[in-house]
Design a protein around this ligand. Structure first.
Ligand code: URA
Length: 431
């Protein structure tokens, strides 16, 4: 087999076989095929597309390029969720303990934030002492003992994806559905879970700007997961505005704690309960979707979900007393952002809000940047709120950078007008 023939085959719109895709991924991971040939192949895929089988073979070959975690020692059905990335998305922090409190096994490897989107691991690091790195045996033992562990990626998961993603970034080939789907699924399939719910975000603050594109991505990822033997669901949720109110690492832990105590913002609760209900059914703990939702609501209200969160934090070395008053985890230096107009908030560009938090230091522009865990913003007004000139629309939690830029981004992110708009959060479910 010669790579140049395979590039020509894809360039001419033909379908690559399983063996050919495996040859490409193995050769590239081992450094036998150079970047310039893979760049040409990526561009051919960009223009000629890949069918579902090719995308599945690509995801599986990438998964097999590195380590997969074996969770078979843990009894019961193990579940996982993945969000394609949003602003203020702290669902994992709430969902994990909530499901574990109802007997579901939640063994989660999460990532760090990049660009305008945050990452669960950075958020958890804002809890003093919380260890995001655990040896695999300890990770598995913790899930056996308390039903939940949330750690950073360990081992070398999908090294082919790391190389390919870096190359896509510099060859303008990130934005293509088969490559996005196989990249995400190569990592999800390595996570060892039996059932996976994908939260595919759609809107300004998301990778997928239109519902049509988001459906295509969701359907392809569900198909890849099923072909690999997993129970799969995807929900399409709006990222027309940030999820919840608080954006920034410790701020998001704060809002997760409020939510786990039954005091969460309605959009965050809605998405968490929806994903949770699918996983409660997949884990065979419930058989009826509506009953599952009620049980999840109850666990948020009656303290059992929060008790599980405290168990998780304690098991991973975190200082639970720091959570008694989580406002102590936030920067003391706060600045209000005042509305310059009167009317209803009709639109909020979530991407701008994410960028505002990043400029304050809550996120990374490049992988090497360090983040300030105590900075970010609390957005007091959302789509549909009425504001008067001079009302506080957000509070910034700041250190030494990005303040003016963040204020400007927040003010520019909002369209204020006459219409009291309502948004639909959960747009579609794909099984
Ligand atoms: N997230 C990923 O992990 N991969 C992509 O290609 C896009 C988003």
């Amino acid at each position: 087999m010669h790579i140049v023939d395979l590039i020509a085959k894809k360039r001419d719109g033909k379908v690559l076989s399983k063996n050919e895709i495996e040859f490409i991924i193995k050769g590239y991971t081992e450094g036998k095929i150079p970047d310039y040939q893979i760049s040409a192949l990526l561009m051919a895929i960009y223009f000629q597309n890949m069918n579902d089988e090719e995308s599945t073979y690509l995801a599986l070959a990438m998964r097999d390029s590195g380590d997969s975690i074996d969770l078979s020692e843990i009894t019961g059905i193990k579940v996982d969720k993945h969000s394609t990335g949003g602003v203020g998305d702290k669902v994992t922090l709430v969902l994990g303990p909530l499901l574990a409190s109802l007997g579901v096994k939640f063994a989660k490897m999460s990532g760090r934030g990049l660009g305008h989107t945050g990452g669960t691991i950075d958020k958890l690091e804002s809890i003093p002492g919380y260890k995001v790195v655990l040896p695999v045996e300890q990770f598995i033992q913790q899930v056996k003992d308390i039903g939940i562990a949330i750690v950073g990626q360990s081992g070398d998961v999908s090294p082919a994806d790391k190389k390919l993603y870096a190359l896509r970034d510099v060859t303008a080939t990130v934005d293509t559905i088969p490559l996005i789907a196989s990249s995400i699924m190569s990592k999800k399939l390595a996570s060892g879970a039996d059932a996976i719910v994908l939260d595919v975000k759609v809107g300004h603050g998301a990778f997928m700007k239109t519902e049509e594109e988001a459906v295509k991505l969701a359907e392809l990822m569900v198909s890849i997961g099923k072909l690999a033997g997993k129970k799969m669901t995807a929900i399409l949720t709006g990222m027309d505005e940030p999820l919840g109110h608080k954006i920034g690492n410790a701020l998001e832990v704060y809002e997760a704690i409020e939510t786990l105590n039954g005091q969460g913002p309605s959009d965050l609760v809605e998405v968490t309960i929806e994903i949770g209900a699918h996983l409660l059914l997949d884990a065979q703990i419930e058989t009826d979707f509506e009953t599952a939702k009620v049980r999840l609501e109850e666990a948020l209200q009656n303290g059992t979900a929060y008790a599980k969160f405290l168990e998780l934090v304690e098991a991973q070395g975190g200082d639970t007393s720091s959570l008694d008053n989580p406002s102590l985890l936030l920067s003391k230096n706060t600045i209000p952002v005042l509305s310059e107009k009167e009317g209803f908030i009709m639109d909020i560009d979530a991407m701008d809000i994410g960028k505002a938090a990043m400029r304050l230091g809550a996120g990374r522009e490049t992988k090497e940047d360090t983040v300030y865990l105590d900075v970010g913003l609390d957005l007091h007004k959302k789509i549909g709120s009425h504001v008067k000139k001079g009302d506080v629309i957000a509070t910034l939690y700041v250190r030494d950078k990005g303040i003016e830029e963040a204020k400007e981004l927040i003010l520019d992110s909002m369209t204020i007008g006459k219409e009291e708009k309502k948004i639909v959060l959960i747009k579609q479910t794909i099984k």
